[in-house]
Ligand binder design. Structure first.
Ligand code: RIB
Ligand code: CA
Length: 312
């Protein structure tokens, strides 16, 4: 893969434990992606924490990508945070304070600037609520012609994790999700249908802990929190949702994708944020998303350990 064919990428994150794993992995994918910048959005925890976690993390990893502070609340609802990431959002992982500050301007400026530098080639990886993405698309309609693809960790065509029907990121800001799904941008939806499949095996965790380098170091500490949370508190299995969405960009052969028109429901206590795939073409609307419906979980873990230098 030559340097010239790297994917120009902007990430939007709500760091968050699994966001941190995704960011660390992205900093190791320099052969496949050129990380142009990272937007922080409220979600797992408040914006002050997601932004701080993101900046401290990439500074610790020696990554120079600018971090822009985004939305402090969803478009039309109060913020509902997730409990499973601990009070800081990074579990009990403490990082040294970043030696640099946040970049000037919001996430719309980040995306717009990147899109103008890479017209038709910019890709976005959104692994938190879609508030920043929806805002950028609304404030700069010209982005539609400039953005090549938006890959979203969110939704599910079968079940949820926030309610029985909807997934946290889209539940958090369903109005923003509706704007993105109806925008006409090329979308890849990496939802719970695939992100719940690879559950972190203990032997993978052990190999990451033994691997060298700052990325493996911080990921091992995050995974340790996630494993303790499961063992001590009976919480969810450690699902690394966000890095699976990154894998869909840099290693798409691990996935099975199907094209559907996906309706984004905003109403209802249980159905807010629900993604409903039009399997029977009832809407007569063209597909608006490439939906990841299956994953080679063993192949994903092979990719994951190799990336972090924890190979055989
Ligand atoms: O539902 C999983 C998603 O919600 C992940 O992005 C996790 O970080 C949380 O934001
Ligand atoms: Ca996230």
């Amino acid at each position: 893969m030559t340097l010239l064919s790297r994917i120009p990428l902007v990430m939007d994150v709500d760091t968050g434990t699994d966001d941190a794993v995704c960011i660390a992995a992205a900093t190791l994918c320099t052969d496949r992606i050129e990380l142009l910048g990272i937007g922080a959005v409220c979600g797992n925890v408040e914006i002050e924490k997601t932004a701080r976690n993101t900046l401290d993390l990439i500074d610790f990893l020696g990554c120079e990508a600018p971090v822009h502070i985004g939305a402090s609340r969803p478009l039309a609802r109060p913020l509902c945070t997730a409990v499973s990431h601990g009070t800081t959002g990074l579990g009990d992982v403490a990082l040294p304070a970043a030696r640099r500050g946040f970049a000037e301007g919001g996430v719309t400026e980040l995306i717009h600037g990147a899109a103008k530098r890479h017209p038709g080639g910019l890709e976005i990886l959104a692994v938190g609520p879609l508030t920043n993405i929806a805002t950028a698309l609304t404030e700069c309609p010209e982005l539609l012609a400039l953005i090549k693809r938006i890959t979203i960790m969110g939704g599910a065509i079968r079940g949820g994790n926030m309610t029985l029907a909807s997934e946290f990121n889209l539940y958090c800001d369903p109005e923003a999700a509706r704007i993105v799904f109806e925008s006409g941008c090329a979308l890849t939806m990496v939802g719970l249908d695939v992100t719940l499949k690879p559950e972190l095996p203990r032997h993978i965790f052990d190999r990451i802990r033994a691997a060298p380098g700052p990325q493996a170091d911080v990921v091992a500490r995050v995974l340790d929190f996630m494993m303790r949370r499961k063992d001590e508190f009976g919480a969810d299995d450690p699902n690394l949702h966000d890095v699976i969405a990154l894998a869909a960009i840099v290693k798409p052969s691990l996935f099975t994708f199907e094209s559907y028109y996906v309706h984004l429901e905003t109403g209802g206590e249980v159905t807010r944020g629900m993604t409903i795939a039009d399997f029977n073409n009832v809407s007569k609307r063209p597909p608006n998303a490439l939906v990841a419906v299956d994953i080679d979980a063993d192949g994903f873990w092979d990719w994951f350990v190799d990336l972090f230098g924890a190979g055989k």
